[in-house]
Design a protein around this ligand. Sequence first.
Ligand code: ADP
Ligand code: MG
Ligand code: ZN
Length: 616
Amino acid sequence: MEKKQQSFSLWYFLIAFFFVLLLQNYLFTPRVANLTYSEFKELVRRGLVKEVVIEQEVIRGELKMENLEGVLPPKKVEEFGKMGEGDRRFFSVRVEDPGLIGDLEEAEVKFTGVRINTWFRTILSWVLPALIFVGIWVLLMRRFSAGSGLMAIGKSKAKVYVEKETGVTFADVAGVDEAKEEVQEIVELLKNPQRYGRLGGKNPKGVLLVGVPGTGKTLLARAIAGEAGVPFFSMSGSSFVEMFVGVGAARVRDLFAQAQASAPCIIFIDELDALGKARSAGPTLGGHDEREQTLNQLLTEMDGFDPRKGVIILAATNRPEILDPALLRAGRFDRHVLVDRPDINGREAILKVHAKGAKLASEVNLREIAAKTVGFVGADLANLVNEAALLAARRDKEAIDMKDFSEAIDRIVAGLEKKNRLLNPREREVVAYHEAGHALIATALPGADPVSKISIIPRGIAALGYTQQLPTEDRYLMLQSELETRISVLLGGRVAEEIIFEDVSTGAQNDLQRVSDIARRMVTDYGMSKELGLISYDNRSQHSFLPMVSPGVREYSEDTAQRIDQAVARIVAEAHDRVKQLLQERRGKLETLAKTLLDREVLEGKDLEEILRMSA
Ligand code: ADP
Ligand code: MG
Ligand code: ZN
């Protein structure tokens, strides 16, 4: 729209310009007769010319009021006749004529030379092209700046989004109760910045919201501002990174200046990873300078401001692992809040939030829908309600019924599986048995840390599920038997897959890494193998102050290395056999547990105890 208008105005300008040009030529130039040079000379010779003005290229003049009949062709005479009374002006294109002055003097014609006034031509030849170029330039710049802010160097106001009132409250964010609890303190702090600072405690400055896309990080940030009733300044990390070095840094400065002027408030930086990727260690080949400058400016600003004023910086990312460690240091984004994928209860709550605006048939059971949407995040569920409403509307229904929901689920699931964001049912089953295996071994072996939680909700990118064990007390020493138990629990997942599916998956990679690590340390560091005895073969500690020096150096022979490998393998193999036997004895429990997990997704420690007691 806007663009069109601009090009129109340029055309108007050009048309107007030429119109003025025409006006100049035809209206304001007095009418004169055009004579050939020979006609002019003839008139001079006959003494009919009153006066002339000799210009560089033309001769202008006036004739005496005498009869021209016979001197000029009839057409020209007529032309003079048409002119007004006493008006006999003419012009003639000048030719090279050295005798002209002599002739004029002889005929006693008044003559003057004139330096022709060329302002008009100057305009034409210089100003007009310049104007056209300026016009084109302005147009291009406007177009550019719409996309990238080329014109807005250092003037970033257009890019900062300020909301005086977000209008979002915690009631709009469902299913992430833990995260909400953690940020509750920030709301209090914003409502009451002085009270917190008064006791000398340090307010948090930066809080990092971590979670996969669509879990509601942006929503939660806005809800915090809404709950506290403070303005919400937001900017996307990617919008800081600009074409020109220095622009992003200026934006950051600007953002903080604006925010501090309206404290208490929240600064929210979305997609922090776009800006805060770890700075490259070596010299860069250019291209990253801008991002680094911007990041440095952000760090400087964060260090520089006083949190007691009540400015809290929130940031969101789904890839915390790639962030520059400097960003995560104390006094910066040192608090991390996990905005996790919702479990079945969470999904039900989120569905309730989004179903508020929709007309549901009475038969619709949100719990049932929540059960069918494993792995969906908040954004997917919002999308689901929307999609179901569209389907119902297409069929002219009065309200959305279960059939619309199932169809919408099928569509969205297909899309998400294609994008690899959802486990298919088979994968989910494998994950459930795997985690059940871990948990069962942990409960079967004495001395294992108790299981506090099992989940088959994918977390982050790597972990498809997890079994969380919490130690009951701080440990300074580990017994050999406890290390062996640990290895067994780690192997539990893999062995459960072996037993149930008679095939194994790649899901145990991390478990096996840790198993090998513990077993190797038992052999080389702790003297816990009969093969190698009480000798430390560890050469890591000696060189820890120079980690890069000769990393491959061993202080034992090739033969010893082989024996170490064999001892490690034996420890793992023995543990494997033990675990296999344990799980085979408890196959019934394993299946019950896995099925319950598939059903409920998350089990707390006490649920686990109960299930195991029941399925004795
Ligand atoms: P993120 O920033 O984590 O990628 P958003 O906050 O942008 O996710 O979420 C996108 C949309 O999905 C939200 O506007 C909201 O409609 C919906 N949504 C996401 N999470 C939730 C939630 N926990 N509760 C309610 N709605 C949610
Ligand atoms: Mg977001
Ligand atoms: Zn595992």
